[in-house]
Design a protein around this ligand. Structure first.
Ligand code: P6P
Length: 339
């Protein structure tokens, strides 16, 4: 018997029924995001043909300068999301300030934060890249959204997800009722449910970190990574190291296979033990997703979702993964604190 065909619209509509107070706005927002994902997929898939087809970053056949793919993705999401009447403002990795909703369009009660094309530096190597998004209810009054709406703690998220432009295009999201994955069927242009209620394995055998930063890590992180290389008493095998250098690829593999991904604090500046990754549109959405899938997300000192943001583009250390693996990392941090 063939699996039931559930597209993303049907799934979010059925999810909607779990929230009596929901007004169908989630459905519209996720639907508009999936529309943007299909458009970005089309151009990401042609990226390698720039010189032949005169696409992204070159002049096209009409001699027009075509935007680089990450700018194209940013513009695509803004145009797909700005007129539906569901958002009061947006925040993007590509824009220094919050993005207002044009006066000609109605304003809504949600705020969308996104990284339009994370890992885009990998495009020329044909490496998997992705879009990451996070959705909040507005907290400010008035018509237009404010910076206060776009800098809420991750615990306030009402939805989060990512689009993975890999061997296939996947749309993965949570609204707080599990994590669900959809795969784009190009022949019909629909995202079909392929990974219902994704659960991360309790413990994995893969650690994922850029080891070239070893000299910048704090001592507990160094000792934890050294531990991953020791023979594991349960499996007599050390962990395997996998690192793509594209957050959506590394995070998705960690979610599906289990293990741990780390982008630790850089201790060169002890006054600001920051990492490289951004809180509002990288760490928080993945924090929500990993906790919903039974995993954990921490800075090493604090639960990611509890962080009270100080600014829109704030960077934080990010450690996400299987509960057992992240807890083992935290043991190294706690031992150091109590030493
Ligand atoms: P590094 C890509 O540039 C990115 O922003 C994330 O997608 C990725 O996880 C990280 O940077 C990789 O950084 O320093 O290891 O190259």
């Amino acid at each position: 018997m063939s699996a039931k065909l559930v597209n993303i619209e049907r799934h979010i509509f059925e999810q909607q029924r779990l929230y009596p107070e929901a007004t169908g706005e989630f459905s519209a927002i996720i639907r508009d995001l999936s529309f943007a994902a299909k458009i970005i997929t089309r151009d990401v898939r042609k990226a390698g043909l720039q010189n032949v087809l005169g696409l992204a970053g070159q002049t096209n056949v009409q001699g027009e300068q075509v935007a680089k793919l990450d700018i194209f993705a940013n513009d695509t999401i803004r145009k797909a999301m700005d007129h539906g009447g569901h958002l009061c403002c947006m925040g993007s990795e590509e824009n220094a300030d919050i993005i207002p909703i044009p006066d000609k369009y109605p304003k809504g009660k949600y705020v969308l934060l996104f990284d339009p094309l994370d890992g885009s530096s990998n495009i020329d190597a044909n490496v998997t890249i992705g879009t990451i998004f996070s959705l909040y209810r507005r907290v400010s009054g008035g018509t237009n959204g404010t910076l206060e709406d776009a800098t809420q703690p991750g615990t306030e998220q009402v939805a989060a997800g990512y689009i993975l432009y890999g061997s296939s295009t996947m749309f993965v999201y949570t609204t707080g009722n599990g994590v669900h994955g959809f795969t784009l069927a190009p022949s019909i242009g629909e995202f079909l449910l392929t990974h219902e209620n994704i659960r991360i394995p309790e413990k994995g055998k893969i650690y994922s970190v850029n080891e070239s930063n070893f000299i910048y890590w704090d001592d507990p992180t160094r000792r934890y990574v050294a531990y991953c290389k020791q023979t594991d008493p349960d499996t007599e095998r050390p962990y395997s190291l996998r690192y793509v250098g594209s957050l959506v690829a590394d995070a998705h593999r960690t979610l599906v296979y289990g293990g741990i991904f780390l982008y630790p604090a850089d201790t060169r500046d002890p006054r600001k033990p920051k990492g490289k990754l951004r809180l509002m549109y990288e760490a928080n959405p993945f924090g929500f997703i990993f906790e919903q899938a039974g995993g954990m997300a921490t800075t090493g000192k604090q639960r990611i979702l509890d962080i009270v943001p100080q600014e829109l583009h704030q960077r934080v250390p990010l450690i996400i993964g299987s509960k057992t693996d992240v807890e083992r990392y935290l043991q190294f941090q706690q031992e150091a604190e109590s030493a």
